[in-house]
Design a binder for this molecule. Sequence first.
Ligand code: PFF
Length: 468
Amino acid sequence: MSEMDQRKNAVAQSPTNRDSFGSKLGVIAAAAGSAIGLGNIWKFPYMTGENGGAAFVLVYLVCIAIIGLPVMLSEFIIGRRGQKNAIGSFKKLAPGTPWFLTGWMGVVAAFMILSFYAVVAGWCMEYVFKSVTGGFAGLSPEEIGNVFGTFTSGVVRPIFWLTVFMALTGCIVYAGIKEGIEKYSKILMPLLLVIIIVLGIRAVTLPGAGAGLEFLFKPDFSKLSAKGVLLALGHAFFSLSLGMGTMITYGSYINKRENLGATTLQVTIADTAIALLAGIAIFPAVFAFNIDPASSVGLAFITLPNVFNQMPGGMFFGFLFFLLLSVAALTSAISILEVVVAYFSEELKMTRHKATWIATTVITIIGVFCSLSLGPMSEVLFFGRNFFGVMEWTSSNLLLPLGGLFITLFIGWYWGPKRTKEELSNEGTLAVPYLSLFMFVCKYIAPLAIFIVFLHGMGWLSWLPFLK
Ligand code: PFF
């Protein structure tokens, strides 16, 4: 046997009794499932709407390429090398150092993100239900707005759907990596793709759809602000599930034979393609019916039901759209829950079942407070924000960027090119022509860019006139 074959065999047989992804397709489906979520289909379109359209999209694509790709690759390296959860992997790779605190921030962020994410996912499920039962039929735009306001500020229904959503998420995670996360991602992701393509075709074939496509693809830089640029970078993080150890945790389940560089590229392309497809499914329809695209958080829940009401076959397409959102949210939520479950089971030595049970229950309870803070508890404010706002703001503006910052610094300055190359080349069996570029970005470019986004997110750059 040649030396190369021996190495390949050693890599293939690396001992591990942890559960792991069973196939290349499974890895892609699960990681893309994590990345593709409400961020792509709900947030990205309304951010594009609010920040001027195509110019924002272009900046977002640049951010994905120069920051998103290296951070995701860094997370995969840490996870696969460490073979543990987000905290355990840092402890193993950098024993006796404080780097594991980065993993800690990730676990805290997971609790926070999932608690508000599940609330919004619950809204999507309510809207699936409403679309099927004709709940929007014959309503005026104003009435549709009221439906949303009354529902989200209520008590029983939003909490009911939040609980249903968390129960589904918990059941999938409970079943494990291969039999739960991988299996369901492989079913749900193709479903998502089919739905979004059907919706895209419906939207672009509406009379007057061209204006929407122009809005999405023809950049007008005069509409882009410096603030829009920073928002694009921050959103790249959220959309790719970066900065909180999700991809570290998933990376730890990736087989030693997989090509991490190629996997990162495929997942990133899939995430970006779905965000663009969501834009294609939404803006042509919005423009065809002469509705303002900059309708913020309400784009999916107020503007679109309005659009569906006026569209031929709208009830069916409305149903498909909210099903799409729910499915996308589910495959993301399982990845967030897995960060906590992996930590509980490996570091706190709980059984997987107990860990899932506890994590799901605790997050659901925090979620209940997020939901109530939009209604009966809306008067309870922390630093001027309701509880939902605190969870979202702290995780998106503080914990994710800081997590991303430390992850790239870890690879760039602590782990170094030699060990990075070992992991990326699968112990010398793959070529890594992009190594020096990757190390350079991890050392300087990404940390600097993320740091600026962080300062902006904290509101510490608001004295700059062009960021007002
Ligand atoms: N990437 C998901 C989305 O775009 O909806 C959200 C998300 C999932 C953020 C997992 C962070 C995370 F760890």
